[in-house]
Design a protein around this ligand. Structure first.
Ligand code: C6P
Length: 394
């Protein structure tokens, strides 16, 4: 059966050249980089190269830190809990955190936990297109605000948020600024020397690196308390033997992705637009967000009268991988939380399908996806009495 992978916001395939680069570190180059013998020492230049790739890709100034974590969820927990321990516990008069209402659960659930422990949180709503403007964030600031945490691009809608503007507002007011850039690497230009970001989260498997490795950029002077005690790795900040092969894979994957930024915004965008234009011709569909403000690979479409999960199953039978939204919420069959936050029509939240391409997606795959998607909608609508009834009534 033909298989087409259109769930690249959930995870991506490993770039073949990244796999080749990682291989020796599972075989002959297996030393612990903290060891003082040859086995340890011979690994270090490769680690330095990988870290250099990440600093270059993000244009991060040299004195700043990039901490290696196991995933973006860990990076997000680290920054929020670190700020709570370092700043809010020390000075409870500055206990206010601002985030958008559509952050990833690793932000939202950590904030709920911090709220139970004395932090005050404002969740800023998005508008009907899934966007939130800088003025809306600014109007939530109080003299108690210590941190603004705002994702760079939303994982479900692909909407790109005004990070540069908000980062400058935060800097001017002396407020810490964190961005979850998981869905932005390789899709939008990131320049940490120009945009005053204090903390930035990323995860290798979203840009064709391996799963189980991520990072947190920390600006010089904005250090957080130690996360894992018990060793000198990561400057003592996160003890534990480094995951050498994966760090090397992540470094090259980030270099490759950022190197393909133009391709993402030309070739991948053209494929996405062709798919979107074809799906928009299907009656009773809503595509969320102006595509000029979305990452070039993402479509979130709502199909009136069709349950998202039913559509997923039909697509899956045709070999197409899509999702109803965030993969980590897929085991609970509730409404798509981002669609709920966008509001208006409650049916939207149950009928959303996310399609996300990558630089490995081909034109033939898009042709096949258009055909299979259209066929699935026709089939499901033909058996849905609710849809038939609503249509007759109109
Ligand atoms: N979003 C999705 O289907 P991890 O799995 O920890 O490396 O990444 C978590 C994460 C954090 N922030 C954003 C914006 C994300 O999109 C994700 C992962 C996947 O949308 C899986 S839930």
């Amino acid at each position: 059966m033909k298989r087409v992978y259109l769930d690249n916001n959930a995870t991506t395939k490993l770039d073949p050249i990244v796999k080749v680069k990682m291989q020796p570190f599972f075989e002959e180059l297996y030393g612990n980089p903290n060891s003082l013998h040859q086995y340890g020492m011979e690994v270090r230049p490769y680690l330095n190269e990988a870290m250099g790739n990440m600093y270059d890709a993000l244009n991060a100034p040299d004195p700043d830190d990039i901490l290696i974590t196991s995933c973006a969820t860990e990076s997000n927990n680290t920054v929020l809990k670190g700020i709570f321990f370092k700043h809010i516990l020390a000075n409870p008069t500055k206990n206010h955190i601002i985030a958008t209402a559509v952050e990833h659960p690793s932000i939202l659930e950590t904030l709920h936990f911090l709220a139970q422990n004395g932090a005050e949180i404002t969740y800023v709503d998005v508008d009907a297109s899934g966007y939130v403007c800088a003025e809306r964030i600014a109007s939530a600031i109080t003299d108690k605000t210590i941190l603004i945490s705002m994702m760079w691009a939303n994982n479900e809608t692909g909407m790109i948020f005004p990070i540069d503007e908000v980062a400058h507002i935060a800097q001017e007011l002396g407020i810490l600024f964190h961005t979850d850039a998981v869905q932005a690497i390789g899709k939008v230009k990131i320049d940490l020397s120009a945009t005053p970001i204090d903390y930035l989260t990323f995860s290798a498997h979203k840009f064709h690196g391996p799963k189980g490795i991520g990072g947190l950029y920390v600006k010089k002077g904005k250090e957080l308390p130690n996360l894992l005690h018990g060793g000198e790795q990561m400057g003592g900040y996160r003890a534990g033997t480094l995951n050498v092969a994966y760090i090397i894979g992540m470094g090259l994957a980030m270099k490759q992705s950022v190197g393909h930024l133009d391709k993402m915004n030309s070739d991948v965008r053209a494929l996405r637009d062709r798919l979107e234009d074809a799906l928009a011709l299907i009656p009773d569909t809503i595509i969320v967000g102006d595509r000029a403000h979305r990452t070039a690979n993402t479509i979130l479409i709502s199909l009136r009268g069709i349950e998202g999960e039913a559509m997923l199953w039909d697509l899956n039978r045709a070999g197409i991988a899509a999702s109803t939204g965030s993969a980590c919420a897929s085991e609970s069959l509730h409404a798509n939380p981002v669609m709920s936050a966008i509001g208006e029509d409650p049916e939207l939240a149950h009928t959303a399908i996310r399609l996300s391409l990558s630089r490995f997606t081909t034109s033939e795959e898009i042709d096949y996806a258009i055909e299979a998607f259209t066929h699935a909608v026709q089939r499901l609508r033909s058996i849905s009495s609710t849809y038939a009834y609503t249509n007759e009534a109109e």
